[in-house]
Ligand binder design. Structure first.
Ligand code: GLU
Length: 292
């Protein structure tokens, strides 16, 4: 059974970019007769906006993007993330880190598009994670190696060396909460997710997530990263860039635009049709985004 998911961070309502991501994963899963899950990535509580989770769910319903089963809230999963962190620490694949951001900036010798790559200062210090410290993945220690290759269903063959290109990334934050990659990997496995279709802004996350799956002995889903809807100025649509939350009054037009963005060509006689009719039309067409 194919299982896919849409995993929004409830830092605001859906904007056009997140609607595109939701639609792409919905269509891919439903075209294969699979289950489509929604997971609220509210692990990073300071970034969450009160009420945004309910708003996102209401918006999805308005677009007739109906999900299966209960919505999983990451805020209820802290113990599972902590257990995975402890497994990695006990296996010697993760270590506590006491470095501040400014220390990392001054000590770094390599940078990537996200900033300074952690230079490994605390790697062999054996600090205890009992104190409020961050925990990092020891990327060079994973037995299968840190070179990750995968076939992206939308972008083709991908390869990178996680140790070199991203370094020892954070698994657990000093604020005593799981970091994004750990939470996603634990939940994708727990929910039995077999395919991840999401925006290409997350392409860089995938090798780190596959590395973590290997370290934890978890299966790797198939991945496809769809083009990102950008604002007119070329910037990513995001709450930080003040992307407008989609108004709930025009679901048919928004869905039409999202279909067109994904390369679908709804016939003109469906213009103004309900979201359910638009989706029914799209689901009759052969699969476009392939995760095979
Ligand atoms: N929560 C992430 C976001 O909203 C998406 C995570 C994912 O799809 O893996 O950008």
């Amino acid at each position: 059974m194919v299982i896919g998911r849409f995993a929004p961070t409830p830092s605001g309502g859906l904007h056009f970019g997140s609607l595109v991501a939701a639609l792409a994963s919905f269509l891919s899963v439903r075209r294969q007769g699979g289950r489509w899950l929604v997971r609220m990535e509210d692990v990073d509580t300071p970034r969450c906006e009160p009420g945004a989770d309910a708003l996102i769910l209401r918006q999805l319903e308005q677009y007739a993007l109906h999900w299966d089963g209960e919505v999983l809230f990451q805020s209820t999963r802290a113990e599972a993330y902590r257990a995975a962190r402890d497994v990695l620490m006990q296996a010697g694949l993760a270590y506590a880190c006491a470095c501040s951001r400014s220390q990392i900036r001054t000590q770094a010798t390599h940078w990537n598009s996200e900033g300074a790559i952690y230079p490994g200062t605390c790697r062999s210090l054996g600090l205890s994670a009992a104190k409020p410290l961050a925990v990092r993945m020891d990327t060079a220690k994973v037995q299968a190696g840190s070179i990750i290759e995968f076939m992206d269903g939308a972008l083709g063959a991908q390869a990178c060396d996680v140790a070199q290109d991203f370094g020892d990334f954070v698994l657990w934050r000093v604020e005593d909460m799981a970091a994004y990659h750990l939470a996603v990997v634990v939940d994708d496995a727990w929910q039995g997710v077999t395919e991840v279709v999401r925006g290409s802004d997350l392409l860089d996350s995938t090798p780190r997530q596959i590395l973590l799956q290997r370290a934890l002995g978890l299966p790797t889903p198939r991945y496809a990263h769809v083009p990102l809807a950008l604002a007119a100025n070329g910037q990513k649509l995001s709450k930080q860039n003040l992307a407008p939350c989609l108004p709930i009054k025009s679901p048919s037009e928004d869905l039409w635009d999202a279909l067109v963005f994904l390369g679908e060509r709804p016939p003109m006689d469906l213009h103004g049709a309900s979201p359910a009719e638009l989706l029914a039309w799209a689901l009759e067409k052969p699969e476009r985004v392939s995760t095979a």
